[in-house]
Each structure stands twice: as structure tokens, then as C-alpha cells.
Design a protein around this ligand. Structure first.
Ligand code: NAG
Ligand code: NAG
Ligand code: NAG
Ligand code: NAG
Ligand code: FE2
Length: 219
């Protein structure tokens, strides 16, 4: 009888976790006060929308990288460049997720805050006529991202609302994100300028040469 009681008691707080006969305790989580969590909900919505934008940017760069790596294109410089940018965009999504976690968000799991089905994203563009087209597309994409980050700053720095004067976040977005945006946009603009002139002077050979330079980080 006593033995049965013990087993029942144990079973009530622990459950069989795996076939390896490990026991995982299911004691409720600690009771932490929510008073320290002070982000404004509109500001959080803005940030989560930005996570989606960064993931989509990453997918666009993946599509560009794959396109230029096809046997029919064979532009290893463009492909390498866009694969690197895809990784950078993924890093941006991770940075925002980590920021939200630092501020006590994502308590009920990622879907609680993402509020979007990543899987149901519409198909991305998968063909670009020339390298110049892809670079121009990238610059438009980045200027859209910049505008979006500036709109978040506006939404999160409302001085009349104590919960929305989020200067820590605004500083992070300005110092880390906008800094990278403006440098990235200048970099793309410079590449578009160089490639454009190489094509004017050398025709199709211009893109071939530019790709070689891109591969070696010389342009
Ligand atoms: C959390 O609070 C509830 C209700 O007051 C209590 O039943 C539970 O044991 C507490 N959990 C912990 C881990 O302190
Ligand atoms: C940039 O934003 C405009 C306006 O929202 C949109 O029409 C366009 O498709 C976007 N371009 C890219 C490359 O994201
Ligand atoms: C793309 O990646 C290159 C190489 O890592 C980097 O120099 C450039 O700033 C990136 N551009 C964007 C828009 O992410
Ligand atoms: C990126 C994003 O979602 N920006 C939105 C932030 O919130 C304001 C309103 O508070 C919207 O106008 C922005 O579009
Ligand atoms: Fe980004």
C-alpha cells in the first residue's frame, strides 16, 4: 500500500520522458514577477514584424546565391557574396529574437510572439537577368529595411508614454542596425557603379570580370 502511494506520488510530479527510461520532472516553473517586463505592445509588434522582414531578406539572398551558382549562370563571386548576405540577414533575425528574450518576451514560446506562419510565406523570386539586376534588387530591399527600422524607432521612442520611450532599444536599432544598413547600402551602390561602368566599357565581359573580383573580395 505504502509502496503504491510512493509510486503514485512520484508519477504525479514526474513523467516518463523517453525510451531510455529517464524521468523528467514536471514541477511548475518558478513564480517570477512580471513587473520588470516593460516593453510597449505596439513596439513589440513592430519588432516581431521586423524578424519576419529579416528572414524574408535572408531567403531573397539565398535565392540570389542559388541562382548565380547554377551551371547555366556560373558566377561564383555573386553566389558567394549573396550567400554571405543571407547569413547576415539570418543573424539580424537572431539579434532581434535575442533582444526580445533579454527583455523578458517570448515567455510562451516563439509562436506566441511571432504571430506569423513562416512556412506560409509566398514564393520568392528565383531568376535575375543579370548580376546588375540582382544588385539593384538588393539595394531596393535594403532601403526598404532601413525605412522599416526607422519606423520602429518612431513607434518605440514616444516620450509621452513611459512604456514607449524605449531609448535602450532605439539606441540599439540606431547604433547596430542602421549603422549596418547605411554601410551595406553604400557598399551596394558602389558595386552597382563599378559594375555599370565595366559593362559600358567591356560589354558582357564586364560582368565576368566583376564576378572574378567579387570572388576575391577585390571590388
Ligand atoms: C507558484 O505559485 C503557485 C500559486 O501561488 C503555487 O501553487 C506554486 O507552488 C508556485 N510555484 C513555485 C515553483 O514556487
Ligand atoms: C520595397 O517596398 C516597396 C513599397 O512597399 C515594394 O513595392 C517593393 O516591392 C519593395 N521592394 C523590395 C525589393 O523589397
Ligand atoms: C553583404 O555581404 C558582404 C560580405 O560579407 C558585406 O560586405 C556587405 O556589407 C553585405 N551587404 C549587405 C547589404 O548585407
Ligand atoms: C516594421 C513595422 O511593423 N512598422 C510599424 C510600426 O508601428 C507603426 C505604428 O505604430 C506602423 O506605422 C509601422 O508600419
Ligand atoms: Fe538585415
Amino acid at each position: 500500500m505504502m509502496k503504491l502511494l510512493c509510486v503514485l506520488l512520484f508519477a504525479s510530479i514526474c513523467s516518463l520522458a523517453s525510451t531510455k527510461s529517464e524521468y523528467r520532472c514536471t514541477i511548475g516553473s518558478a513564480n517570477i514577477t512580471k513587473k520588470w517586463i516593460d516593453m510597449d505592445s505596439a513596439c513589440i509588434k513592430n519588432l516581431t514584424a521586423q524578424i519576419k522582414m529579416e528572414v524574408e531578406a535572408s531567403l531573397t539572398y539565398l535565392a540570389m546565391a542559388a541562382h548565380f551558382a547554377r551551371d547555366s549562370q556560373n558566377r561564383p563571386g555573386f553566389s558567394k557574396f549573396f550567400f554571405e548576405n543571407a547569413s547576415e540577414e539570418r543573424e539580424h533575425a537572431i539579434k532581434i529574437i535575442e533582444y526580445l528574450l533579454m527583455r523578458g518576451q517570448l515567455v510562451n514560446g516563439i509562436n506566441d510572439i511571432l504571430e506569423f506562419p513562416l512556412i506560409k510565406m509566398s514564393p520568392v523570386q528565383e531568376e535575375w537577368a543579370t548580376g546588375l539586376d540582382a544588385l539593384n534588387h538588393a539595394l531596393t530591399l535594403e532601403s526598404n529595411v532601413t525605412r522599416s527600422i526607422r519606423s520602429i524607432i518612431l513607434a518605440c521612442e514616444n516620450p509621452s508614454n513611459i512604456n514607449a520611450n524605449d531609448y535602450h532599444l532605439v539606441d540599439y536599432l540606431s547604433g547596430e542596425f542602421l549603422e549596418e544598413q547605411y554601410k551595406g547600402e553604400r557598399d551596394l551602390a558602389g558595386k552597382i557603379s563599378t559594375l555599370g561602368r565595366m559593362i559600358v566599357n567591356n560589354g558582357p565581359l564586364g560582368e565576368f570580370l566583376f564576378d572574378k573580383k567579387l570572388l576575391n573580395g577585390e571590388v
